[in-house]
Write a protein of this length. Sequence first.
Length: 479
Amino acid sequence: MRFLAHLTWQRGLSIMLGAGALLTGLVLPVVAQQRAVPESQAAMKQSFAPVVKQAAPAVVNVYVRHRVEQRVAPFFNDPFFERLFGERFGIPRERILNSLGSGVLVSRDGVVVTNNHVIKGSGKAEIKVALADGKEFPAKLILQDEKTDLAVLRLDAKGEEFPSIAFADSDTLEVGDLVLAIGDPFGVGQTVTSGIVSALARTKIGISDYQFFIQTDAAINPGNSGGALVDMDGHLVGINTAIFSRSGGSDGIGFAIPSNMVNLVVQSALAGGTVQRPWFGASLQPLTSDLAESLGMDRPSGALITNLHAKGPAARAGLKAGDVVVGVDDKQVQDPQGLHYRLVTQGVGGEVEISVLRKGQTVKATIALVPPIEEPARDTRELKGRHPLAGTKVANLSPAVAQDLGIGDDTREGVVVLEVQPRTAAARLGLKRGDIVVGVNNEKVTSVANLTVALELGGGAWRLAVERGGKVFNVTVQG
């Protein structure tokens, strides 16, 4: 039988973290636990109530109120005239859009973490947070990180002390561990569901740039986004983010961002900056069964290095094209997404040990955790004139720019599109943010300066070569 599953954002879960733990890294010491199945009827009747009492007060609701201006056609809101004239000639009117999600208090002074998609577009919006006891507080956005789909808020409540939850080390989770999901599904009020960890290191979900999710069968529904996934010690192991669903409700396949990634984003917010991510300096691809067999491997696991940046940490550490990365420190790497996750959660600064397979032998190398370089300089320009790229903002592609745009291959060179203005020649051509211009009139594009000259010499006809998603598209435009 064949069916389609739809990825659905879920809004509404949160949990708190102790202030002391937050200021010292928010990761508690890992204590080895004895796992066992219930051995008696009495054991089966045990309750999750103590865990809920500890964690639930730290789970909050996040309300976002957006003010959006729309142009309405002056023809009694007739749908035909609305479509025909509304955008260009309509009367400006303000609409109020409300959204609801969940969040987690991670410090006693009012720091809340939630999903970025819960508050997305709220730069000029009003954000309020409601606690489990009904108290409401205005909140200020202090960090948005689209790559991880996380956002950090601070409550405007001087002198208040809030309940909070401590972070667990998500790397200690095992498939089969019991977990609780706490949030406000469908806006019915705070709700707790139980389940197990169904899988770890899910990387082919398509939710964010850094894909490495905990999968759980604890019921997660609309309104749970930003809520908490809690272990049996009442500690935060993840932020609930999305589900696979055919109906829009829970089908038992939910995904949470691991607490180690959440911890990194919170620490970055408290430090007053953005999330800094280490630079590996190599292009990677996953292994197929055929590729693994050709490399003498018994299974397709790891990240194959296909190219290296000459100045990147990977090249400086002695790694080579054809090496297969299989581990970071003592953690196994299954694919390129897993490698990126392991590096990002280490943060910038220090070193990690990389394990690679090379000609059937395991080789270890020490990689410096450094930010990406911006070479060449961006040379950002807005392109204008009578040519097909008019209306774009472009820049020279460097490892730093590639990371900003989420371009996986940070060894690339050329000119990348940063913005496309609506109703321009470039917009009509279908150009998008992240497209790489690699050629004009059969001449290779190497820089912004080179591109502008090539466009001016087009003579009323341009043959453009544009790369998107690893594929190059050729388009001929008559001017």
